[in-house]
Design a protein around this ligand. Sequence first.
Ligand code: HAM
Length: 439
Amino acid sequence: MQAKALPGFRDFYPEDFALRSHIFETWRRVAGRYGFEEYDGPPLESLDLYTAKSGDEIVGQLYNFVDKGDRAVALRPEMTPSLARMVAARANGLKKPIRWFSIPQLFRYERQQRGRLREHFQLNCDLIGEAGPAADAEIIALAIDTLRGLGLTEENFKVRIGDRAILDWFFLVDGFTNEQRGAALQVIDKLERTPPEASLSRLSAAGLSVQQTALVFELVEVRSRKSLEALSAKAGSYPDGRAKAPAAEFLRTLDALDSMGLGGFVEVDFGIVRGLAYYTGIVFELFDAGKTLRAICGGGRYDNLVGAIGGVDLPCVGFGMGDVVLGELLKDRGLIPPHRPSIDVFLAAIGDDDQPILLRLAHDLRNAGIRVEYSLGSGAVGKQLKLADARNARLAVVIGPDDRAKGEVQVKDLVAKTQVAVPLSDLVLNVKSIVGLKD
Ligand code: HAM
């Protein structure tokens, strides 16, 4: 039997890890620019944290089991419920708005396909304690800038934005029951991947009238400010008499993104409702421009989750951006930095008597912050220097009996192809100046 990773789980060889680090470093850098602080929670949580609020789709994909203490537990499939729990526990002591990010590894038992695995890393950025369009725009801008930070442009990706509160408003005006509302949202969420007859029969099974069904299809066709404004003008006011334009806040978010110069990334799309149960307002997904891949990122406003999980009312907006689809897109666009591991100095010893000096120099250089390697077995200098080449070393330092007698070593610059004798006492300073390390 050949041992292999489980289906849907990845081995990260150094070149894979280099890509992962590149993505994580960019995530951290851009989140930092927006004043976000990093947090984490436990990878294993109580099962009911998810069964209560995440929605059927995620619950069906849980890795759950009963632990040795008879507790029903699950590997985290998403971060948002843990975040809600953590924030609620310290709600009074935290300065609002809370700007937190995290990069958890998440586990979902999904059918494995391009862009979908059974584990992934996900950048989560959430803004907590602030309702309204300014916070919505801030979070969407952060999602866009994160991808820009990786070299992706307006030509490469778009953010498609819808709004569950606006859909709900239309459903309310048209007399949908709660169940019908839920069925309509589920149908809209799956519309692009479902044959039209199946969507229609799902809606009629939920008891929607012809007029209500027509409204659902009219709503998913909202793809611009204009069509949203036209539809809301037609719809009238709340049945309870509140005269509030449901689209006003949504349009303010779009205006804010325009003011930031990010309007070119934005597409209105009321077909976006998101599969998770807890969203209450704006919802958005980022896709590659050709839409050949699955969503890179998804998020939205969820104003009731902290209350439902922790009993404290706090409005929230946030997103999750996965590393899998993103990695595919970066590969497709040639945006993966070359993986060329390198060291600064390779030390080679001519004879066994040179070893003690080699070890001392290696340690002095490492103490000075220089990346150093030397051959661990004994062998001809030529063979040792081959390893120096394979490691892309900038310098090779050769220690031999004649130089040692003079208190010197030979320093070969493997890029400039030069060689000089350097006194032992000057070696660290000499190497630092060549490799560009400052004191
Ligand atoms: P989500 O849409 O389930 O949202 O996941 C967000 C992103 O994570 C997806 O767009 C996708 O890139 C990635 N992703 C999800 N599942 C997989 C998978 N099986 N394999 C690879 N990548 C995957 C959430 O999880 C929300 N909790 C996000 C959020 C945070 N909303 C508010 N705050």
